[in-house]
Design a protein around this ligand. Structure first.
Ligand SMILES: C[S@@+](CC[C@H](N)C(=O)[O-])C[C@H]1O[C@@H](n2cnc3c(N)ncnc32)[C@H](O)[C@@H]1O
Length: 366
């Protein structure tokens, strides 16, 4: 197998690490933590071995972690961005062609000026050939207090989703919000999002933009859709009626099939997906704020890892976190039936992550 380049002394240091990785790739072990600088230690991992990488590197100029190689203390942001890009080039090498890379990264003020670190890193990654699929916003719901009198409280972070190629592994059904059931209110059936059809019916009957034939056809389509809801063969829907609602993406018939349908028939029915709606790119997740024995101040919540792992790593696939800290992503991977590799420059965090996972495995052992 092909490895990243390294000197002889580095080869000696990595022996133990590579055995662990081989054992993990063979399926003999389910998780493996490596202590060291991630740019070096990623070279222990063979090319195209990992299904999904999810990570949160140290933010620039926020806190000092243990170890000489610790990231985030560079004198300017450009150097920080360069270091990250080098590390993520190794991530790209070890990621399978159909793999995904999820990057949680926050911003920093420099002399009162918000630097825009997440986007600077993001643009550099795009220049490096990564394809950006989503800029997910992690809404932290309740942030810390902010004493500044001339700006708003910062309460979000980015979780960028990158891929290596246009076709990639994405199990959308595994992350859908399961549909709720329609409710019966008297004789009326109401969809989970509150649609009974009475507003659409009135709009069709009173419409000055539909002729009689179009009105009849629109009413027939509406009644048959409501019938499907009551039978349980459709979970929810929206209706677009000429002159009432806008065709969602564009009014231009050149670009939008929906606008075309609206022009020719006077209405269209938009059925919801039977397996439920897709999650949006705004994630409401409370930060991990328990006082922790490990004294790690920048742990991400396990919930943040669930969607990325479910959607972009198959069961038994390999999840990588090159800044694994207390091992949250690896723990989430194991809980979801995947395998995990973590790298961290702090020996203390590596020990803690191992302990945390062994504790979890003990507690779930039969
Ligand atoms: C934001 S924390 C990650 C926390 C982790 N997501 C968790 O849930 O515990 C960043 C981690 O990167 C580690 N680190 C800093 N520089 C590093 C480097 N050059 N190579 C590997 N790890 C590094 C730090 O020790 C720290 O644990």
């Amino acid at each position: 197998m092909e490895y990243g380049g390294s000197t002889l002394s580095e080869q000696l240091v990595m022996r133990k690490a590579t055995n662990g990785i081989h054992n993990l790739l063979n399926g003999d072990i389910r998780f493996h933590f490596i202590n060291g600088d991630s740019v070096q230690r990623l070279r222990d991992i063979p090319t195209n071995a990992v299904d999904c990488c999810i990570t949160s590197p140290p933010y620039w100029a926020q806190r000092r972690y243990e170890g000489d190689s610790s990231l985030g203390n560079e004198k300017d942001w450009a150097e920080y961005v360069n270091r990250l890009i080098n590390i993520f080039s190794e991530v790209k090498r070890v990621l399978k062609p159909e793999g995904s890379f999820w990057l949680n990264i926050g911003d920093t003020y420099d002399d009162k000026n918000l630097v825009g670190i997440p986007w600077r890193v993001c643009f550099a990654l795009q220049d490096n050939g990564w394809i950006l699929r989503n800029d997910n916003i992690w809404n932290k719901l309740k942030g810390g207090p902010c004493n500044s009198k001339d700006k708003l409280r910062n309460n979000h972070e980015h979780v960028f989703h990158f891929v290596k190629q246009k076709k990639y592994y994405f199990d959308v059904d595994s992350i859908r919000n399961p549909p709720k059931e329609a409710q019966k209110r008297g004789d009326t059936i109401v969809t989970p999002t509150g649609v009974s059809g009475s507003k659409y019916r009135r709009q069709i009957l009173e419409s000055k933009n539909l002729n009689d034939g179009e009105k009849k056809a629109a009413l027939r389509a509406l009644e048959s859709t409501i019938h499907r809801i009551s039978e349980g063969t459709l979970v929810d829907f929206r209706m677009v009626i000429r002159g009432e609602q806008r065709a969602t993406h564009s009014d231009s018939t050149e670009y939008s099939g929906r606008a075309n349908e609206l022009r020719t028939k006077g209405y269209c029915i938009l059925p919801y997906h039977p397996k439920g709606s897709k999650p949006s790119d705004v994630w409401n997740i409370l930060p991990e704020d328990r006082a922790r024995k490990d004294e790690h101040f920048a742990v991400f919540p396990e919930e943040l890892c669930i969607l990325p792992i479910k959607a972009t790593s198959p069961v038994n696939g390999i999840v990588l976190d090159p800044f694994s800290g207390t091992g949250t992503a690896i723990l989430a991977a194991l809980k979801l039936g995947r395998r995990g590799i973590g790298i961290d420059s702090s020996e203390r965090y590596i020990n803690h992550a191992n302990y945390r996972i062994v504790q979890h495995l003990d507690s779930t052992a039969e």
